[in-house]
Design a protein around this ligand. Sequence first.
Ligand code: FES
Length: 106
Amino acid sequence: MDKYRLHIFVCLGKRCAAKGSEEVLDRLKERIKKDGLKADVKVSRSGCLQVCKETHSEGEYSPAIVIYPEGVWYRNVTVSDVDEIVDRHVRKGETMERLLHYRMTL
Ligand code: FES
């Protein structure tokens, strides 16, 4: 049996960090803790997820995060998006189309 229901990786690679991903990570951890979800949802830092390199303008899609087991990748995530990600994706399982970069086919 898996310990966590969700695992969220926040990219702290240099392009995402330059656009505030550390603050996204901190706010995400804070919300998960505040909402009593720590036993259910793991939040981790990640190295470059390569999303930043998918355009000619490097970093255009930064910051990036990915949520498993759904395999949902979000781009251009800011601190102000974190509450909505927790309320909608983490709590209700809704994919946020406006931030969606990629959805893995599982
Ligand atoms: S630095 Fe975040 S995707 Fe590359």
